[in-house]
Ligand binder design. Structure first.
Ligand code: HEC
Length: 461
């Protein structure tokens, strides 16, 4: 059985797919056409300054067209600008990324052929996030985190953060965000703030900050035009660095006004980011299979420490080592001091020099039993927990790479793990939406529960 990457699964779950069209069917704008435009075009063709002066935000603006006039000639797909822009060997739209599939182009052609009517409701300019009072299906847990005092656990449950007591008892605190999908949660070092990162695919990335004392959101910032992935608070707690779907790392100040920084490093999604404890460097993991080190001050790449044959999904650092892993089942430690010796700036982005002296700074951990989806670092930065497709979570000390615990029989696939300050507690979040907490090193279960409230009549195992 092949387990797809956490984020892929999670994003697929909330991406809008057009209904299939059968031959002879009437193609509906709302049901068939809009989902395609929303997914592939909306990010650039909406907002205050839409590209090509073409806004897809309202039915009226779609009917009007852009700089060059109307998008379509009713009944004549081959004469319509819309079709011209998306077809051919190298379609002009979308300008980057994969062209539309033939099936989707056919839907648009058929729609125009049938008259190109823009029926019924206008697309929602601001699609509202729906958070049910009670869920019928538990949302997958995308991220978990312990508070620094170990008393609470925060879980990313689709669009909301659910904070639960670390003994599993009591009524959870539910904190709503404006994101379709959260991918990251984290407490500040003093435990006063809770941060959630995520976004709405093809629309925006969002960071939300909650005050734990007040139990409410005190800041929300939207950056980029796509979901943000995992990352970390800066050591001074003033910023957060999160991966972006556009290959960039976003360093976002946690105030309302300072400009976020965008550091281009990878050719594909940046799925995780970690700060060195001195706050000078960022370690990044990309879906482009690379693990990189960049300078915070200059935003420049210092070194591509590894180019794996497989997707990397998570990275952590204690300042001496960076540890990353992914699909290939090898958990690798990179000795940063050695890796960065005599390395100047080797070029930005993907123009980096090939990795050299790899054998001197790479320290392998033991092989993993399955694809790794998440690595968690304890608060004291001494231990890591490693989890993913296999039904066990392994815990290691970073400095000597020795295994200190194995917790067997966890629910698979595990999407996220967290350790408390001294790695005496392990939290495990799974795709089926259950949070399990274990005491280490023995692995006794403290509790197992679904953090969100469930509809009573529906029982899920
Ligand atoms: C990454 C941003 C981006 C995405 C995504 C994108 N476009 Fe564009 N589009 C542009 C830019 C920039 C222009 C203006 C420059 C040009 O015409 O190439 C433009 C122009 C156009 C125009 C011409 C408007 C006019 O009247 O001159 C059309 C039509 C168009 N886009 C359709 C689409 C469609 C359909 C999609 C989705 C399949 C799409 N675009 C996706 C950036 C984008």
């Amino acid at each position: 059985m092949r387990f797809t990457h956490l984020i892929l699964i999670a994003m697929a779950a909330c991406t809008v797919f057009p209904d299939p069209v059968q031959a002879g069917d009437a193609v509906s704008y709302r049901r068939h056409v809009w989902p395609i435009l929303k997914r592939h075009c909306f990010a650039c063709h909406s907002g205050g300054k839409p590209e090509g002066k073409l806004s897809l935000a309202t039915t009226a603006s779609i009917a009007r067209g852009g700089e060059s006039g109307p998008l379509l000639v009713p009944g004549k797909p081959s004469e319509s600008l819309l079709i011209e822009m998306i077809s051919g060997e190298e379609p002009s739209m979308p300008p980057k990324g994969r062209p539309l599939s033939k099936a989707k182009i056919d839907i648009l052609k058929t729609w125009i052929g049938q008259g190109g009517k823009i029926d019924s409701i206008a697309p929602l300019a601001e699609s509202k996030v729906m958070i049910p009072k009670e869920y019928t299906h538990a949302p997958a847990l995308a991220a978990v985190a312990f508070s620094p005092d170990g008393q609470r656990i925060a879980c990313a449950c689709r669009s909301e953060v659910v904070v639960i007591a670390a003994n599993g008892k009591g009524t959870p605190l539910r904190l709503q965000t404006g994101s379709d999908l959260l991918t990251h949660v984290e407490f500040s070092a003093d435990g006063k703030l809770l941060l959630a990162g995520g976004g709405t695919p093809s629309r925006f990335g969002e960071v939300s900050v909650f005050s734990m004392a007040e139990g409410k959101r005190i800041l929300s910032r939207r950056v980029s035009q796509d979901t943000l992935f995992r990352g970390e608070f800066s050591p001074d707690g003033k910023r957060v660095a999160l991966g972006g779907a556009d290959g960039a790392v976003y360093v976002i100040p946690l105030d309302k006004t300072s400009k976020p920084r965008r550091i281009e490093l990878h050719s594909d999604w940046v799925v995780d980011v970690a700060w060195t404890p001195d706050g000078t460097k960022l370690i990044t993991a990309g879906r482009d299979k690379a693990t990189k080190v960049a300078s915070v001050e200059t935003g420049k790449l210092l070194r591509t420490v590894d180019s794996s044959a497989e997707r990397v999904s998570s990275v952590v650092t204690d300042g001496v080592f960076a540890v990353s892993a992914g699909k290939s089942r090898t958990l690798i430690g990179y000795q940063l001091g050695v890796a960065l010796q005599n390395v100047g700036v080797t070029g930005a982005g993907n123009g980096a020099k090939p990795v050299t002296r790899r054998n001197q700074y790479v320290k392998n951990f033991e092989a993993q039993p399955g694809e790794v989806i998440d690595i968690a670092l304890s608060g004291d930065r001494k231990s890591i927990a490693v989890a993913g497709a296999a039904a066990e979570v392994r815990v290691y000390t970073v400095a000597d790479r020795k295994r200190t615990a194995v917790v067997k029989g966890v629910r698979v696939p595990v999407f996220c793990v967290a350790l408390n300050q001294n790695a005496s507690l392990l939290a495990v979040g799974s795709r089926d939406g259950r949070l399990e907490v274990f005491r280490l090193p023995k692995g006794e279960q403290v509790f197992s529960r679904i953090p969100v409230p469930m509809k009573k009549t529906v029982t899920r195992r």
